[in-house]
Each structure stands twice: as structure tokens, then as C-alpha cells.
Design a protein around this ligand. Structure first.
Ligand SMILES: [Zn+2]
Length: 443
């Protein structure tokens, strides 16, 4: 495939380069050459298309690497808007649990496909998804053509720890080699739900099999207080002592990490998924991001599940990350564009994809073409400000994952959106009509 006359935007140093022509081959950027400012044959090293090679004319458009959603519960698209204006306890106990206990594997497939479509259409090419029935989620991502890291959530509570570990391992065994775009990790829920011996067991297993882990940690101040009261340790210290805190582990939130915790996280090489909209919706404004970046922690962006965050947009997550940091410090100069915008890609390296988030020869061909010819992007005093603060999904023109087009002219290529929406509506009608023995919020 050849992309002709694109202008590359580099978020690392807020620079532009172009027009350039790129040749993509075997899922990688094979060549980058000088483009032509006029339509016609390229003067650069990426030559004319050969053997029916696809040619994409990117004249007037910006090319960026695909965005990475480092923490999501994608199939919770089916619960979008079901639990609003409630605190975290009521959110889970009165609403989420009521729905989730009735979700079937097929529901997870449809909910994940809906979420994959939403992500691709907003320029997200890769997601770390932590949920249930991940064998069905796997099929959804494979069909969508999206890159994903999947972890099957396990709790380690009640009877049958080994059975839970065994099921995760069976899934990894069966699906681990099926699609090079999809990696599998272990998904212990959190140090506040999982008993410590269970966390140790998972960490040992991850070490033996060279697997990554994806876990929630210290999302609220209360979780830290409870951990200190019960164990005399912060939740991050619990993860360190049980072996979960290590390079390759994704920590969802770590929002209330102490300075000491941040230093431990940095030294371990674990990455953090910062999900600003979650905290904003729960009314919890705190200066995690500037503290974590100053401490040298690897931070990527997550959306969390659409039942708390409502969308799966990483551009929106970036915007909220800037807002929450500025608000927490009461300082407009905190979390500037140059600091926040690179975070939209950083999850790729955290997930172990070398070169992800860069447009250079040999890097993964996970790319997004942005069409700025819409009112919200004009004028262009600062294209990077427009991307962070005024871009919307209509600006996402083409999305490429692993060298293949998955969104063309703003439409998903591999997903029959009408059909998925119809099936999602059908599922929600079913699960909302059941007698849960508890309340459902209605407007
Ligand atoms: Zn979460």
C-alpha cells in the first residue's frame, strides 16, 4: 500500500514533516520518501503502486500513528448510560452488577464489536481490554481487524482459585497463537478484591510463562486507606510484594499512588493507564498526571468502560487528562499540549510493541489519516491544539492497522455497523427487562 502526499505530525516534538509518500509492507512502514505537492507520480523513494497495490491520496491530510487505549472494558458499551449520577458503590452494586451477571458470551462479542467500531472510527488502533468471555472478545477484535491485548478478569475470591487460573491459562493456550495482532495477558482484578496469595500465584504464573499482567490499583483514596488499615501497606506496595509490580504490567489508574509508590512504579518499569474521565465523572479531581510524569512513570491513556466513561475515545481521554491536571493544580500552564498529546500513543510501547507511536521506517503500520477540512479545525493557528482540543470523529478519515485499511472515508470496513447496532439494541432490551431484584435508573 502506498500513502501519497501526507503531512506527518510528530507528537514527540510537535513538528510537521511533509508532504511525504509512504510504502507499507508486511504490516510495517517499509519506506518514507519525499512526496509531491501536486497530484501525480511521486518524486520520492516510495514508488508507484505495483501489482495492484492500493494507493491512498492523503493530499491535504495529516498522518499520525494510531491511538492506544491502555485500559478498557469494551463490552460495557452495552451498559452505556445505564448508571449515571451515582457514587462508585451504587454504580457497581445497584447497576453494573445487575447487568453483568446476565451478560452471555454472545453479548460480550456484540458489545466488543460495537466498541471496536467506536474505537476504530475515533482513530484508536490498539486496546488493552480487561473483561470476561474474552474468547468472544477475541473474535470481535479479529473480525474488526483491530490490535488488542486481552486479559480475562479473575478475582481469586471464594472457592476455586486454581480453576480461575486454569481457565485463564486454557484461554491463553488455545488463543495465544491465533492472531499476531492480538496478545493475551493475565487479568487479576485488583489488590482490594484479590487475596494476596492469589496475586502471588498469578505473578508466579506470569513469570513462568513470560506473560504480562493488567490490574486495577488505587483508583480512590479510600482504597489506599483500607489497604493501610488491613495490611499496613499501600495497594502499590501490595503489588510489589506479591510480584505483580514489574515491567510489562499495566496498572489501571494508580490515581492515588503516593510519591513513594510512584518511585516504585517507575523503578519496576510497569506502565499506568490514566483514565481521567472516570475521575472527573466521580467528582474526584487530583493531580496524579503531573506528579507521575515528573516522577518519570510511563503513562498511557485509558478510557475505562463505557458504563463509567460513556465513550472509548482516546482523544477525549487526552483532553480530560489535561483538564483534570489543570483543575487540580489550579494552573492553566500545567499539562501543556506537548506533554499530553504524546500520551495518546504511549500505551503501544507499554504493551510491548516496539516502535509503536512513531512514523519511521520499520515501525508498525498502524496509522490514522486526519482530514482537517471541517469547521471545528479552522483556522489553524496551532494544529496540535486543534487535535487535542477541537478534533472530533468526523476528522478521522482513514485508519490502518497492521498495514490494512480498517476505516475508509470515515466508515468501518470490516464491521456491518447497522447489524451490530441492531443486535446491541436487542440485547439491551433483553437484559434490561429481566427481574434483577434491584433498581434500574431510568430518565
Ligand atoms: Zn477499569
Amino acid at each position: 500500500m502506498i500513502i501519497r502526499n501526507a503531512t506527518i505530525l510528530d507528537f514527540q516534538d510537535l513538528s510537521q514533516r511533509g508532504p511525504v509518500d509512504l510504502r507499507l509492507s508486511d504490516g510495517r512502514i517499509a519506506e518514507i520518501g519525499e512526496g509531491s505537492s501536486e497530484r501525480g507520480p511521486s518524486r520520492g523513494s516510495a514508488k508507484r503502486p505495483v501489482h495492484g497495490e492500493e494507493l491512498i491520496d492523503a493530499s491535504g491530510m495529516y498522518l499520525i500513528p494510531g491511538l492506544v487505549n491502555l485500559h478498557a472494558h469494551t463490552a460495557m458499551t452495552l451498559l452505556r448510560g445505564a448508571a449515571e449520577d451515582v457514587n462508585e458503590q451504587r454504580w457497581f452494586n445497584d447497576y453494573v452488577w445487575m447487568y453483568e451477571r446476565n451478560l452471555t458470551p454472545e453479548d460480550v462479542y456484540v458489545g466488543t464489536l460495537l466498541g471496536a467500531a467506536e474505537m476504530l472510527l475515533s482513530g484508536v488502533t490498539c486496546v488493552a481490554d480487561h473483561y470476561f468471555h474474552m474468547d468472544r472478545a477475541f473474535e470481535a477484535y479479529r473480525q474488526a481487524g483491530m490490535r488488542a491485548d486481552l486479559s480475562w478478569a479473575v478475582f481469586g475470591t471464594g472457592e476455586g482459585w486454581e480453576r480461575q487460573v486454569g481457565q485463564s491459562l486454557e484461554f491463553i493456550d488455545e488463543y495465544g497463537d491465533r492472531d499476531p495482532r492480538i496478545t493475551l495477558s493475565l487479568g487479576p482484578h485488583s489488590p482490594y478484591i484479590c487475596p494476596q496469595p492469589f496475586l502471588r500465584r498469578i505473578a508466579d504464573q506470569a513469570g513462568e510463562m513470560d506473560l504480562k499482567m493488567h490490574i486495577h490499583v488505587c483508583e480512590t483514596a479510600e482504597q489506599v486507606q483500607q489497604s493501610l488499615a488491613a495490611h499496613g501497606k499501600t495497594p502499590v506496595e501490595v503489588l510489589r510484594e506479591t510480584g505483580v509490580l514489574r515491567s510489562g504490567t499495566i496498572l489501571a489508574h494508580a490515581y492515588y499512588a503516593t510519591d513513594r509508590d510512584l518511585e516504585m512504579i517507575r523503578a519496576s518499569g510497569a506502565g499506568v493507564a490514566h483514565c481521567a474521565k472516570t475521575y472527573l465523572k466521580f467528582g474526584d479531581v487530583h493531580d496524579f498526571l503531573p506528579r507521575a510524569l515528573a516522577a518519570g512513570v510511563e503513562v498511557g491513556l485509558g478510557t475505562d468502560g463505557p458504563c463509567s466513561n460513556n465513550t472509548l475515545s482516546v482523544f477525549e481521554a487526552a483532553r480530560d487528562a489535561a483538564f483534570i491536571a489543570k483543575s487540580a493544580r489550579d494552573d492553566a500552564e500545567v499539562a501543556p499540549i506537548a506533554e499530553v498529546l504524546p500520551l495518546v500513543h504511549r500505551g503501544g510501547e507499554i504493551l510491548g510493541f516496539p516502535g509503536y507511536g512513531r512514523i519511521e521506517k520499520g515501525c508498525p503500520a498502524d496509522l490514522v489519516l486526519i482530514d482537517p477540512a471541517t469547521p471545528n479545525m479552522v483556522p489553524e493557528h496551532n494544529v496540535f491544539a486543534n487535535l487535542l482540543y477541537s478534533l472530533n470523529e468526523r476528522n478521522i478519515h482513514t485508519v490502518i492497522v497492521d498495514g490494512r485499511v480498517v476505516v475508509r472515508r470515515g466508515a468501518a470496513v470490516n464491521i456491518d455497523l447497522q447489524q451490530v447496532i441492531a443486535r446491541a439494541v436487542e440485547i439491551v432490551r433483553r437484559i434490561a427487562n429481566r427481574d434483577y431484584g434491584g433498581p434500574l435508573q431510568r430518565y
